[in-house]
Design a protein around this ligand. Structure first.
Ligand code: 3PG
Length: 307
């Protein structure tokens, strides 16, 4: 019997698992559940006889992929697939997919929520400021960026975006100002919300030079990936600029230093939680299950990222 594994260190909401189970069992497959696992060995052992695997930020490296003797498809229930070794998958003929857009509203709402939290002094009871009429720059205008723009416009913010991969008209049709260079985005926007993936071009790309360009009372919001930040240079920005704040859903390695020295200007969620909503779990989890059935039963490779 065809087996589909859900391997999640950070489990889906139970209702999402029920939905995934329904899709999988309706196709005549068996669902295998590995939640809250704590070692790679557990994953390696469990993947050894499954045909398809649904993961979140779980690491599907070469060892894991090679251990999947029958493995045909890995679906990352989410947007970023930097946790999957695409080369190892391709070498073994394993299809890798993501589920674009399915959890993006959840992440966007968290980005907006962190901005409100910061301008209201982390809800400490003291007088704060407002987001209305402030400028927000969206760095990469994919599904999450687009949702952040929609929410920020509701706040009355002036929204700009930079994304060389998205047609200008798509950005402008949303009532968002499309800027031509990254420098222009960072120079003109008080708030920047990051939505770039983590890859060889973007790793450590958010650096001192870029952050120093930001106007007075600069706020950097990161719900994307920790790896895109140059952490050493971020520290230098904090030291140089008393008006700079960093709000993130993916804590940097130097989290304790930042919390100790800059507690009024730094906030990191205790655990990556952008996509951790019931709705996002259901949307992304069920989409992943349907994509696995679509591929195994009908050869549908829509959303394949290792073509
Ligand atoms: C994504 O890439 O979809 C988000 O970063 C969410 O990741 P998560 O599924 O681990 O919460």
């Amino acid at each position: 019997m065809t087996k589909v594994l859900i391997a999640t260190e950070k489990p889906f909401a139970p209702v999402a698992v029920t939905g995934i189970r329904e899709v999988v069992e309706e196709a005549g497959y068996e669902l295998v559940l590995l939640e809250n696992y704590t070692s790679k060995d557990e994953l390696i052992k469990t993947v050894s006889d499954v045909d398809g695997m649904i993961i979140r930020s779980d690491k599907a490296d070469k060892d894991v992929i090679d251990a999947g003797t029958n493995l045909k498809i890995v679906v990352r229930a989410g947007a970023g697939y930097d946790n999957v070794d695409l080369q190892a998958a391709s070498a073994k003929g394993v299809v890798v997919m993501n589920t674009p857009g399915q959890n993006s509203n959840a992440v966007a709402e968290l980005a907006a929520g962190m901005m409100v939290y910061y301008v209201r002094n982390f809800f400490n009871g003291k007088s704060g400021t407002e987001l209305k009429d402030r400028t927000l720059g969206i760095h990469a205008y994919g599904y999450v960026g687009k949702n952040v723009a929609r929410i920020a416009k509701g706040f009355g913010m002036h929204v700009c975006a930079f994304d060389p991969f998205i047609p200008r008209t798509e950005i402008e049709n949303d009532g968002v100002k499309c800027v031509d260079t990254l420098e222009e985005l960072y120079k003109t926007c008080q708030f920047i919300s990051l939505h770039i993936p983590s890859n060889s071009q973007t790793k450590q790309s958010i650096n001192y030079a870029l952050l120093s360009m930001m106007p007075e009372n600069a706020v950097l919001v990161n719900t994307a990936r920790a790896e895109v930040i140059h952490e050493e240079e971020l520290l230098k920005v904090f030291a140089d600029r008393t008006d700079f704040a960093y709000l993130t859903d993916i804590a940097p390695a130097n989290r304790e230093d930042l919390e100790a020295d800059y507690s009024a200007r730094f906030f990191a969620t205790p655990k990556k939680m952008g996509a951790q909503t019931l709705e996002a779990n259901v949307n992304a989890g069920i989409a992943a299950a349907k994509q696995i059935v679509g591929f195994i039963s009908n050869g549908d490779t829509t959303f394949q990222v290792n073509k």
